[in-house]
Design a protein. Structure first.
Length: 593
């Protein structure tokens, strides 16, 4: 009745155009077309001409930037809606899972299309309109509720917690205590003109006048970088370009390594057109013979988007529903032939001890599956592979080939790391026990409560890849009970190498339109919450490379390594700064003019 009387706003959850059209027909029939908000509305763009001129308010999220096969560029849904005169707001979705800084959503929307003013509006007054409360909240005007936020810097700055005080109805409800980060990022600039003669077919060239963040050996001002046949051959202060080489005069701009996604799944369910994925083998729990190489889809638009934001390598792995899920593969991001993109295969073996994994198999097999029984099943598989290997050593080539056992041999020989998904303290401890008992090189992934075991992890030289690639759209950094924004800082201070998950490949959900989708913004988030600048940068670069045994090729700017790097007109943690140039294997892949 309140709907029919026009007393309330109707929020209709809808994704596809057909669903939105159905809601609009109902709204017209029952008279609430002027009081309609579309929640999620992540495929609203075909209907923008129909929404223009109406009072319908799309409340977009948590996926806010999309790209399909035939789209030349990612589509910022908020930008498209606002430019068409449509009032639009945003939502975080499922915000009880973890703290989600609303400012960060505004920052990545402004980073990729909105003006700062538009970003502010979608976070404030437009949200008020979506609740029919614009007469009371959403702006600072005489007569409105005194809901105020006091900040000590720009409202979209991601390098510090800018919120000092919050007033609601004129009462002080929040006052910031000690800040997690007291340092500021190092100063960069001012910048001179950029002059570039490097073309897309050049793999030997020089860059002069660069402010190089080497990652491995500090910063070098006014540096010269020489690349020959796709490799760094000189990195030095001052210096000159070799005669006859194409040259970029950087004018003091920042040059840093390309970022690396330490783990991502082959598919992203939130980005699939029909919510389907191919990350797990759901016929049985132990499938080490599976290989993510054959699920890599480089023609998905997200691969190109990753390249444009400076992601140059990704460790693609199976998901986390199998107790042993199979091998991962490291690929460079440009290209369409995945065999040419591969840089390390196998790169890792995916295992899981999480409650989500055990619950799935308890339901699928109708037998109790606990942490203890899951560990026992993993151990049984490792024991069988170990026995198989020992029999081969004694009997030579007479044994019968077993693909499953063969897949586990590189793991047992310590040639690849075990990426064990473990979130709770009990799960992480059991992962460490398995690694100790079988001599495995362990990397904990997920790691929701890893910070509680920081000293033990450091003592055992165990790396941590925080987050999840197959969870909800804005949980890439992790979340849930026991999760803490201070987790990366606590781990880092203890001496644990930390890296982050990234989003899986997607046919619609762009990495740049999701919380946690960009490695460098995850580093900025870690910095904001107490990690040092140098360590935060390493989390997106060299630490991922070290965990995957590719640090001899990527992760830092050093002589002999692959020339994977980006050029930035500003600090990498600045939300306004995206790479002007991206090089992979010494080839210019992205140039923004």
């Amino acid at each position: 009745l309140p709907v029919l009387r026009g007393e309330v706003m109707v929020h209709a959850h809808s994704h596809y155009p057909s669903e939105i059209m159905m809601v609009m027909r109902l709204a017209r029939k029952y008279g609430f077309i002027d009081r309609l908000a579309l929640a999620h509305a992540e495929e609203v763009f075909p209907l923008i001409p129909l929404l223009a001129g109406t009072r319908i308010i799309p409340v977009i999220g948590p996926m806010m930037i999309v790209q399909y096969y035939n789209d030349a560029e990612p589509m910022n849904l908020l930008e498209e809606l606002l430019e068409s005169g449509i009032t639009a707001s945003i939502q975080t979705d499922m915000s009880t899972q973890q703290f989600k800084d609303f400012r960060e959503y505004g920052a990545f929307l402004a980073r990729h299309g909105l003006t700062d003013q538009q970003a502010l509006e979608v976070m404030t007054i437009n949200g008020a309109k979506a609740m029919m409360l614009e007469d009371r909240i959403g702006s600072i005007e005489v007569g409105k509720d005194a809901d105020l936020v006091l900040l000590d810097g720009h409202f979209l700055d991601l390098t510090a917690d800018r919120v000092e005080r919050v007033f609601i109805d004129g009462r002080l409800e929040y006052e910031r205590g000690a800040t997690l980060q007291r340092d500021s990022p190092r100063a960069v600039g001012p910048f001179g003109p950029l002059r570039n003669t490097i073309g897309p077919d050049d793999t030997s060239f020089a860059i002069t006048g660069a402010h190089v963040f080497t990652i491995s050996d500090g910063a070098i001002l006014d540096a010269t970088i020489v690349v020959e046949d796709g490799k760094f051959t000189r990195v030095e202060a001052g210096g000159t370009a070799p005669a006859g080489m194409p040259v970029m005069e950087a004018g003091g701009r920042v040059v840093m390594p390309g970022t690396i996604i330490a783990r991502a799944f082959a598919n992203d369910w939130i980005g699939d057109l029909k919510w389907q994925v191919q990350n797990d083998e759901l016929t049985e729990p132990i499938v080490p013979e599976m290989n993510a190489l054959y699920a890599v889809d480089p023609w998905f638009p997200s691969y190109r988007v990753n390249t444009t934001i400076g992601v140059t390598a990704i460790n693609v792995t199976p998901g986390t529903l199998n107790l042993i899920g199979g091998n991962g593969v490291v690929v460079k991001t440009p290209g369409l032939d995945f065999e040419e993109m591969v840089r390390r295969e196998p790169s890792s073996m995916a295992l899981s001890l999480t409650s989500g994994t055990t619950r799935y198999w308890a339901g699928a097999s109708r037998i109790p599956v606990t942490l203890e029984s899951a560990s026992a099943m993993i151990r049984e598989a490792l024991d069988s592979a170990k026995q198989y290997s020992e029999e081969y050593s004694v009997g030579g080539s007479a044994r019968e080939y077993d693909q499953r056992h063969e897949a586990l041999l590189p793991l047992l020989r310590r040639e690849i790391p075990a990426l064990i998904q473990a979130d709770r303290v009990s799960e992480i401890r059991e992962a460490m026990n398995i690694a100790r008992d079988y001599g495995l090189r362990l990397v904990v992934t997920g790691g929701v409560e890893a910070y509680k075991l920081a000293d033990q992890l450091a003592a055992a030289d165990v790396g941590v890849i925080l987050g999840n690639s197959g969870s909800f759209a804005s949980d890439i950094r992790g979340g849930g009970d026991g999760w803490s924004v201070e987790g990366p800082a606590i781990l880092s201070r203890a001496g644990v190498r930390v890296a982050f998950y990234g989003p899986g490949a997607s046919r619609r959900a762009s990495p740049i339109g999701r919380l946690g989708g960009e490695p460098i913004l995850n580093s900025a988030w870690a910095f904001r919450n107490g990690v040092s600048e140098v360590e935060a940068l390493r989390m997106a670069t060299i630490y991922a490379a070290e965990m995957l045994d590719i640090d001899d090729r990527v992760g830092s700017i050093e002589v002999g390594k692959d020339a994977d790097f980006v050029v930035l007109e500003g600090h990498p943690f600045d939300y306004r700064v995206v790479p002007s140039h991206v090089f992979v294997d010494g080839k210019l892949e992205v140039e923004r003019r």
